[in-house]
Design a protein around this ligand. Structure first.
Ligand code: SF4
Length: 319
């Protein structure tokens, strides 16, 4: 893609809720449309934002498919619906399974971005039973392949770039559009997610880290302790930048007192219940990533005993 020329972006929605589209509209400093202008990106189609007639839209798709129009960036929001009975007819475009259109456009796009957890890994629709059978573009939960197959590459030789999140963090899409439009290389992690946004965990940067360290546990919402031990926080096992790039530049779930739901995880939303921590003999079943259970058991009581009074105070007051 020539960095000086106008780049085309086609936004396709499939099995999803449009939450990612809502999220990108929350981008600020600058807002989404100003950012697109700065990057010289032309959104040739977005189902909620475009004003093309159905006929004009069909003609444009024809132009892309017969190579009259170049498609630089294809964004897919939502999973690829395969049901019922593998027909794909639960999600259609002009009377045909929408997956056919997805497949055809993927063959033409220079770069493809899976926007949100549904498009990346299947997400919510992949847990709604075999009848719907929604799958990710190139990965289904933690299994490589998905709809396009593990070996698929876009015209510029890249795999699908996964930007999970339910919804996506607007800054992560802004980052990817920046990189693609400038022709810069993007480092991808094991789940084909950009390391700049998905290498660290939500736990890193949480303002309750000190509470976690000393096991000052929140039992009831609003106590100002760590929500890992009882209230289902998945921050230490979730790779996302929510406490590094704050939402609306001011906040995150855990900073607002809501546990991390693990929405960027490949198994989302079925890792475990949202507001409760599964335990074995009083210890969380899923320990922070990389922590050895034997060491953790030896350390946890000592840490709680050493907790400073200034941290315990608020929790004790509320008990
Ligand atoms: S509330 Fe969650 S993210 Fe914050 S310190 Fe505790 S476990 Fe980590």
């Amino acid at each position: 893609m020539n960095s000086n020329s106008k780049k085309t972006l086609y936004w396709l929605q499939s099995g999803g809720c449009s939450g990612d589209s809502m999220s990108i509209l929350n981008l600020d400093s600058p807002d989404f449309f100003s950012k697109l202008g700065m990057l010289n990106i032309d959104v040739i189609w977005h189902p909620s934002l475009s004003t093309l007639s159905a006929r004009e839209h069909d003609a444009m798709i024809e132009d892309i498919l017969n190579d009259t129009m170049e498609l630089d960036i294809l964004c897919l929001e939502g999973n690829v619906v395969m049901g019922p009975d593998s027909t794909g007819m639960f999600d259609t475009f002009r009377g045909k399974p929408k997956r056919d259109l997805i497949q055809a456009l993927c063959q033409k796009a220079n770069y493809i971005v899976a926007v949100g957890t549904c498009a990346a890994f299947g997400g919510i629709g992949s847990h709604l039973g075999d009848e719907l059978n929604g799958i990710g573009l190139q990965q289904h939960h933690d299994k490589k392949g998905g709809f396009l197959g593990e070996n698929f590459r876009s015209k510029k030789g890249l795999p699908i770039i996964n930007l999970p999140g339910c919804p996506i963090h607007p800054n992560s899409l802004e980052f990817i559009l920046n990189m693609l439009s400038r022709g810069l290389e993007i480092e991808l992690g094991p789940n084909a997610t950009p390391t700049s946004y998905y290498e660290t965990t939500v736990h890193q940067g949480c303002t309750r880290n000190e509470h976690h360290e000393y096991r000052v546990e929140e039992n009831v919402f609003g106590e100002e302790g760590c929500m890992f031990f009882h209230l289902g926080c998945k921050g230490p096992t979730t790779h996302a930048s929510c406490n590094k790039h704050l939402w609306n530049e001011v906040n995150s779930k855990t900073r607002a007192g809501v546990p991390c739901f693990g929405c960027t995880n490949t198994s989302f939303p079925h890792q475990s219940a949202f507001f409760e921590t599964p335990t074995i003999a009083g210890t969380p079943l899923h320990l922070p990533e990389g922590v050895d259970r034997a060491y953790y058991l030896a350390y946890k009581d000592m840490a709680a005993a050493a907790a400073p009074q200034r941290l315990k105070k608020k929790v004790e007051e509320d008990e």
